[in-house]
Design a binder for this molecule. Sequence first.
Ligand code: PGA
Length: 238
Amino acid sequence: MKKIVCENYSELCIAAADLFEAQLAKKPTSVFGLATGSTPIGLYEELSKRVNDGKMDFSNAKAFNLDEYYPINPTHPQSYKYFMDENLFNKVNFASTNIPNGETTNPSAECAEYDSAIKTAGGIDLQLLGIGVNGHIGFNEPDTTYSINTNLTKLTESTLEANSRFFDDPNEQPRTALTMGFGSIFAAKHILLLISGGNKAEVARKLFEGKIHTDVPASFLLLHPNVTLIIDKDANEN
Ligand code: PGA
């Protein structure tokens, strides 16, 4: 795992955008795996700015998001579809964007189609990941077993609590989600993991031990041959 430590969150976003820009310059038809959450918001702002300034052009590139709540209507302001439209897709000209369908009536067929669409697109070139305070990546929550394929999964209490701030009515917060499994994430040629903020310092420390913690899904990333970790000083405190 290559580690880049940034002074603060804005530097982290610039460094991450530079990696996206380099990937796009190398391969304009790149397939990007994208993430939601508060961590990538500044990166998406920076990418939108670079597109607006004519420095980047995603018109031949494709995007696949990691996950989506289930069930959720894509027009719900807390759906990841809505999040991506607001923060990136309405501003950046991807050839195609893909997010698991949060209102499918057949989740297992939806998940199988999602995996097959990623394969048909040629697999993911650069996979962006955030990390949960509990070490989850995508919605692969700490568990005794981990799914290879995109799947319908239960959210843990820790994740529900971390994300409850976004839902005014707790009854509206979905308790399950559709998420890419470890197979699609690990098949990515390059993984970019972003960790920001003091509340992530404890989970970051576990990654630096150089051991697989079976209850910290992100620690499996230590086995991937091409991971870049960009971390800010607050999260890097030991
Ligand atoms: P956050 O979420 O960026 O909002 O902290 C990350 C995640 O849960 O994967």
